[in-house]
Design a protein around this ligand. Structure first.
Ligand code: AP5
Length: 209
């Protein structure tokens, strides 16, 4: 049976970057609520009596999409995965409770990155819409001119929305990190190393899980 890996960290900590590599290296499914919601941004959730009618409105405001919507996405994705690396979920204690009811975990890894560095990473992030590859204007740009020309910035990577996402993280998701730490299952990795060094540390944890 494939391993069940949970990757935690603030927005910009490198969860997407590392999850993609882990999924390739260990033959795991990359389950990411952020990508799933971006692919369904205009899904009509108006009938569910929430504040907004679509995920897009929550995401553009830097707020969390309602638990009922996200829980359903995760449940379906995990049911269809043998081993997985879960990225972007759980983001509050209710989601952590829900997760514990639908699956077990072999390892919980937390990528630790300082706040100023998070802002720098997010505002400089660029995505290749064709491949999903993640780049950065300062740290990591592709050599290929054609790829450079098609890179896009995520709608929620503006400085104002990034600040709001970090506030939401501190209020809702930091308690989730503490929850796993209190239970003695959290492995902390220095997320400020180079991407290769971070990967080595995370891969060690996954190998031992
Ligand atoms: P989501 O897509 O999950 O975004 P996030 O958690 O804010 O995380 P990011 O994807 O921004 O960052 P990351 O840690 O993956 O960093 P990355 O590897 O790209 O969520 C978006 C929105 O969806 C939420 O705001 C919410 O509205 C909604 N949502 C999602 N899940 C939800 C849930 N469970 N419940 C409710 N709502 C939910 O790296 C960032 C940059 O840094 C890149 O440019 C990269 O190249 C660079 N970088 C990475 N590692 C390094 C390194 N070691 N050194 C230097 N640069 C690096």
């Amino acid at each position: 049976m494939g391993k069940h890996i949970l990757l935690l960290g603030a927005p910009g900590a490198g969860k997407g970057t590392q999850s993609k590599r882990l999924a390739d290296e260990f033959d795991l499914e990359h389950v990411t609520t952020g990508d799933a919601l971006r692919a369904n941004k205009d899904m009509d959730i108006g009938h569910m009596d929430f504040e907004y009618d679509t995920p897009r409105e929550y995401m553009d405001a830097g707020e969390l999409v309602p638990d009922d919507v996200v829980n359903e996405i995760v449940k379906t994705a995990l049911q269809n995965a043998d081993g997985y690396v879960l990225d972007g979920y759980p983001r509050n204690l209710d989601q952590a409770q829900y997760l514990s009811e639908i699956t077990d975990l072999d390892a919980v890894v937390y990528l630790d990155v300082d706040e100023d560095e998070l802002v720098r990473r997010l505002t400089g992030r660029r995505l290749d819409p064709d491949t999903g590859d993640i780049y950065h204007t300062e740290f990591d740009m592709p050599d290929d001119e054609e790829i450079r020309g098609r890179l896009v910035q995520r709608d929620d990577d503006t400085e104002e929305t990034v600040r709001e996402r970090l506030n939401v993280y501190h209020e809702n998701t930091s308690p989730v990190v503490e929850h796993y730490r209190d239970r003695g299952v959290l492995v902390e990795v220095d997320g400020e190393q180079t991407p290769d060094e971070v990967f080595e540390d995370v891969a060690d944890v996954v190998e031992d899980a």
